[in-house]
Write a protein that binds this ligand. Structure first.
Ligand code: 13P
Length: 249
């Protein structure tokens, strides 16, 4: 099973998200081979609920770990499930970097998502400095150790890990597929060490994936799909990506 997860970030206006939720239903693919998951902004979740048709699925880009209370500006796990979300992105590097989201917060979100029966899409990845200084693996291992602390193998089976090297996000140049293969292998190995024998639902790659390069990742060993930002925000390029994944998976 391959995954294409579309992270629309804050790229689109409300009406554009409504239109893309609708138009995405025109993309045809074999749901036994591929899952297409749209992640609009919170404001567009009502459109997702009304317009996204099976086999397409959708999720949110963020949420808060508490279930209800005095948390100004936040959305609870139940708010997402009320909108029939099945997925939620957690620990995206834009949130870790710009909003100081810590591993402690990410861990609480992963646990809250699992309790609410949402599939967490846990993002991990190193900065350019960490990669250039030979610390990429160390950083990713540390994030996994911290973010997955206390979970059982059964719970980890319900998690999608997205390897997103921070320096490749929005850069127009993804990581070399061979490097992604190596990191994905190490991610699986690390998870199996953290919780003996644990295997995540999927390990996917994100960072400057588009219709020109998605094939290279889809055919790469151990890459279960892609988390796509910019290139998922236009119908034509989203469709091209899905068509290519369908063809090569
Ligand atoms: P881009 O595909 O725009 O590089 O973004 C990747 C990403 O951050 C997806 O979560």
């Amino acid at each position: 099973m391959k995954y294409i997860l579309a992270n629309w970030k804050m790229y689109l206006r409300e009406f554009e998200q409504a239109a893309l939720c609708r138009r995405a239903n025109l993309i045809k693919y074999d749901a036994k081979k591929l899952r297409l998951v749209l992640c609009p902004s919170h404001f567009a979740l009502p459109y997702a609920k009304n317009f996204v048709k099976k086999p397409n699925e959708y999720g949110a880009q963020n949420f808060f770990w508490e279930s209800r209370g005095a948390f100004t500006g936040e959305a609870s796990p139940q708010d997402l499930t009320d909108f029939k979300c099945h997925y939620v992105i957690i620990g995206h590097s834009e949130r870790r970097t710009l909003l100081n989201e810590t591993d402690g917060m990410v861990r609480k979100k992963v646990a809250a998502a699992l309790s609410a029966k949402l599939t967490p899409i846990l993002c991990v990845g190193e900065t350019l400095d960490e990669r250039n200084s030979g610390h990429a693996l160390e950083r990713v291992r540390e994030e996994l150790r911290e973010d997955l602390k206390g979970l059982t193998a059964e719970e980890i089976k319900r998690i999608i890990v997205a390897y997103e090297p921070v320096w490749a996000i929005g850069a127009g140049q993804p990581i070399a597929p061979t490097e992604a293969v190596e990191m994905h292998r190490r991610i699986r190995e690390t998870i199996g060490e953290i919780v003996h024998g644990a295997v995540p639902q999927a390990v996917i790659y994100g960072g400057s994936v588009d219709a020109k390069n998605v094939r290279d990742f889809i055919i790469a060993e151990g890459v279960d799909g892609c988390l796509v930002g910019g290139a998922s925000t236009k119908f034509d390029s989203l469709k091209q990506i899905v068509d290519i994944v369908q063809k090569y998976s």
